[in-house]
Ligand binder design. Sequence first.
Ligand code: GLU
Length: 308
Amino acid sequence: MLATTNPTAYRGRFAPSPTGPLHFGSLVAALASALEARANRGQWLLRMEDVDAPRCSKIAADEILRTLEVFGFKWDGALVWQSRRTAAYAAALEQLRGGADVFPCACTRRELADAEIHGLAIDGASVYPGTCRNGLAPGKSARAWRLAVGDAQISFSDTIQGRINSLLSKDVGDFVLLRADNIFAYQLAVVIDDAAAGITHVVRGADLLHSTARQIFLQQKLALPTPEYAHVPVAVNAAGEKLSKQTGATALDTRNAATELVAALQLLGQSPPAELRRASVAEIWQWASVHWALASVPRVMAQNFKPI
Ligand code: GLU
């Protein structure tokens, strides 16, 4: 008998950007997405988000892969490299251009900052003031390409964070699809890649929560399905800053995989027993697979969080 594919089968993913080594915050997101896929007897895919080539390196990508292996991650299927998928992003941009909501923009970062009458967007950049929406001023030439958001309101229910509503014109404004340096924007690449991979569930760090409305808007424009979203708490340092390369988060220590895995489980509200820190990586995965409960994941990292 022919095997039939189950259209509702769970497909999750982890999508690191190889701009540096994995840190504890990335481990939390990787672990949550992998365990949730496993709990749903689904597939867990890996995608290297190296579309922003100048900020990425093959060395960082190789190091990420090695770290994931040492930490006991096993992904399904072939690893996807965004840098090899630009034709798909170009095709999507062409499709959107046909809909007339995409427009060239001549504004420099400086000009946008100076025109900051609309306040800051949720991601810290300026809300686009609409300068080039109705055509480029004489003598100006296109730098980036943007998607007009009109009065779109996006509302979705995040499995961990609850109901999220976004009025895109207020939260971000018309956003970039193709950057001035001719690199496709993360928002476009991630939407095309999640759809191409048939991702049904996105489990990732809550630092990306504010990107989700833009991604759903793009899915609607391109008639692509919207996955379920679950944004796990972001790990912060003692100063309350998100752990990231920018805040100097230290790389995961591959000699200490057990301790780091147990701490990540703990941050995810899973109450691992202290003796698990002395267990092997395989034993930790075994424990986590049996005990994993997405419902126990807190919305934000506990203030008194201290690894056991
Ligand atoms: N590449 C993104 C990051 O490393 C994650 C993208 C995603 O999970 O949607 O922050």
